[in-house]
Design a protein around this ligand. Structure first.
Ligand SMILES: Nc1nc2c(ncn2[C@@H]2O[C@H](COP(=O)(O)OP(=O)(O)OP(=O)(O)O)[C@@H](O)[C@H]2O)c(=O)[nH]1
Ligand SMILES: [Mg+2]
Length: 418
């Protein structure tokens, strides 16, 4: 197994936990060999103090890790100095997240998104990195010395443009598919939430599928969509990539096409891991809100308090109180045991976009029957009455379907005799 030493600098007056960095490192396949923290203001050259950096270097010599991983964002200069001092590759939390994403990316889309994120992160550092590499190559700077600074930078810019163009094609296609699904009368429901909250497990429990679900961060990178029946209505349920604290904007941008599954949904099920302590729950919900709310239209959100099998009633009530302002329409569930799933489905049914009732009289002809069968496919047909030469139908459907019904009716109405 690859080893890593984790380093976190803590600003005065803030919490110093390193659990999430550890989780991330573990998810990326590292064994954590040592953890170093220091409370101080950031140092321009080393992020931590020079003395502390030397301690890290000594640990590197002793433990021989593959990498040293910093929790905070590092500048090119800091990376250069640290890797020179420690004689090992030094990365930050964002590089680590990118590593995880790169390991998991299977589809063309996921791979492009990961590369785009990496390049957007790299670009502002490109010139400085080339300049530094000319001073003597350090781990993480190898091969850059042969570049001209602006050539390297413009290569990155060119590559970014190319990937964006290719992703745009994928996005257009997805947009088209989504539109068609809506026109067909499907409601789009998205599962969103912090990474490892249990979104994929819930997806499996709701639709009886086997989407990969594991106790690690970012198992899901590319959305999966399955049919979910809510009463008589048919929704498409989409599992999505998880959120994480301080998700830098460049990543949100790179994963746009994935996140659009959420932004453009008719309803969002926000999944939270209720087995965590209330403070962690609040912090993660705030992250979800930050990621969601900026981009989203007025979409109803249902909060699924997941993993309730792991906590007592009292603990559940305590958590509900803690998140009351952050968690619209909460439902306690366990994706594992199935508890609460019926109530969740009921809530989903209740908050799906309102459909409109309509009564229509179709001719009892081949065209009329074919329209009826089209209605069965695209709407909820409540009642059908065959009456002489007519078929009286009462239906409930979304507006776009009713508009199309009106068009079809226009074309065949002459056959209807009063
Ligand atoms: N006890 C318990 N464990 C659960 C429940 N739901 C999910 N888990 C576990 O939580 C872990 C994460 O589940 P996933 O479904 O992969 O989570 P996710 O939100 O899809 O995670 P990413 O795709 O990695 O962002 C797995 O080990 C699941 O078995 C639950 O209701 N109860
Ligand atoms: Mg998942």
């Amino acid at each position: 197994m690859k080893g890593a030493i984790l380093v976190k600098r803590i600003d005065k007056g803030t919490e110093g936990g390193m659990e999430e960095l550890e989780e991330l490192a573990r998810s990326a396949g590292y064994e954590v060999l040592a953890k170093v923290t220091q409370a101080r203001t950031p140092d321009k050259a080393y992020a931590i103090g020079r003395g502390k950096a030397e301690e890290v270097a000594a640990l590197v010599e002793e433990l021989k890790p593959e990498k040293v991983i910093f929790d905070e964002r590092l500048s090119a200069v800091q990376v250069y100095n640290l890797s020179k001092l420690c004689k090992v590759e030094v990365i930050d939390r964002f590089n680590l997240i990118l590593e995880i994403f790169a390991n998991r990316a299977r589809t063309r889309e996921a791979k492009l998104q990961v590369e785009l994120a990496r390049l957007i992160y790299e670009r502002p550092k490109a010139r400085m990195k080339v300049t530094l590499a000319k001073r003597g190559e350090q781990p993480g700077f190898r091969g850059l010395g042969r570049y001209q600074a602006d050539v390297y930078e413009s290569e990155i810019t060119g590559r970014i443009a190319k990937i964006q163009a290719e992703l745009e094609v994928i996005r257009k296609r997805q947009h088209e598919t989504r539109k068609q699904r809506k026109e067909k009368g499907f409601d789009l429901v998205a599962l969103a939430g912090y990474t490892n909250a249990g979104k994929s497990t819930l997806m499996n429990a709701l639709v009886g599928e086997s989407v990969a679900a594991k106790d690690q961060l970012f198992t899901t990178l590319v959305p999966t969509t399955r049919l979910l029946e809510i009463g008589q209505r048919r929704a498409l349920l989409t599992d999505t990539v998880g959120f994480i604290k301080d998700l830098p904007h460049f990543m949100v941008e790179a994963f746009r096409s994935t996140l659009e599954e959420i932004y453009l949904a008719d309803l969002i099920i926000l999944v939270v891991d209720a087995s965590e302590p209330p403070e962690a729950l609040v912090e993660k919900l705030v992250t979800c809100h930050d990621t969601l709310w900026d981009e989203m239209g007025p979409v109803p959100v249902i909060t699924a308090l997941n993993k309730c099998d792991l906590i007592s009633r009292e603990e559940l009530e305590e958590r509900k109180r803690a998140i009351v302002h952050l968690a619209p329409h909460p439902v306690a569930i366990s994706a594992k045991t199935g508890e609460g799933l019926d109530e969740l489905k009921k809530k989903v049914g209740k908050y799906l976009p309102k459909w409109t009732f309509a009564e229509v009289v179709l001719p009892h002809t081949e065209e009329g029957l074919s329209t009826l069968s089209w209605l069965h496919d695209n709407a909820v047909v409540h009642h059908v009455k065959y009456d002489g030469g007519h078929i009286k139908v009462s239906v409930e459907a979304r507006e776009s379907v009713l508009e199309r019904l009106a068009k079809r009716f226009e074309a065949i109405k002459d056959a209807v005799k009063p």
